[in-house]
Write a protein that binds this ligand. Structure first.
Ligand code: TYD
Length: 157
C-alpha cells in the first residue's frame, strides 16, 4: 500500500527544471522526454494545456494523491502557489524553457495570468477524478495542517 503523500512534507521536492533547447538558425526547439538524462523524475502519461486565459483567471485549487506534474508557461506568465499543509512556495513561471515540478500531496493554485497565457502540464497518470482532492478542508485534514494558509480559492468555513 502506497503511503498518502499528503502525510509527508512534499514541498521540498518541488523544483524548477530547465528544459534544454536545440537551436537551429536561431530558432529553439524544446524537448522533454524520459531518456537517459532523466530530466523528469516521472514517466509522462498525459499532457494537457490551458489557453485563452483572461488575466483574472484562477486555476488549480486542488491536490493529487498520485499525479506528479511538470507545469510550464509556454506563453506569457502566471504564478503557481504551492502549499503542503506546512510550507508554502510561490513561483512565477514565464519561460517556455523551464517547468515547475510538483509532486503529489501539494495544494496548488495558479493565478495572475497574463492575458492569453498558455499553461502546459505534463502528468504521470491518466486523468482520474479520484486522484483529486478539491475540498480544501479535506486537504487540511489529510495533511494534519501544521501551519495554516488561507488559499485564494473562495473557501467558506
Ligand atoms: P481541472 O483539473 O479542474 O482544471 P484546472 O486544474 O486547470 O483548474 O479540470 C477542469 C475540467 O477538465 C474538469 O472537469 C476535469 C477535466 N479534465 C479532463 O477531462 N482531463 C484532464 O486531463 C484534465 C486536467 C481535466
Amino acid at each position: 500500500m502506497i503511503e498518502d503523500p499528503h502525510t509527508k512534507p512534499m514541498i521540498g521536492h518541488a523544483a524548477v527544471i530547465k528544459v534544454p533547447a536545440v537551436k537551429n538558425d536561431g530558432i529553439a526547439t524544446y524537448g522533454i522526454d524520459n531518456s537517459v538524462d532523466r530530466l523528469l523524475p516521472f514517466q509522462v502519461r498525459r499532457v494537457f494545456y490551458i489557453f485563452d486565459t483572461p488575466s483574472h483567471a484562477f486555476r488549480g485549487g486542488h491536490s493529487h494523491f498520485e499525479s506528479h506534474e511538470l507545469i510550464v508557461a509556454l506563453h506569457g506568465s502566471f504564478t503557481v502557489e504551492l502549499y503542503d499543509g506546512d510550507r508554502r512556495l510561490s513561483q512565477r513561471l514565464n519561460k517556455p524553457n523551464e517547468g515547475l515540478f510538483v509532486p503529489p500531496g501539494i495544494w496548488r493554485e495558479m493565478t495572475e495570468f497574463t492575458r492569453g497565457a498558455v499553461c502546459m502540464v505534463l502528468s504521470s497518470i491518466e486523468y482520474s477524478e479520484d486522484d483529486y482532492v478539491r475540498d480544501y478542508r479535506k486537504f487540511l485534514e489529510l495533511t494534519s495542517c501544521k501551519r495554516p494558509w488561507l488559499p485564494r480559492k473562495d473557501i467558506r468555513f
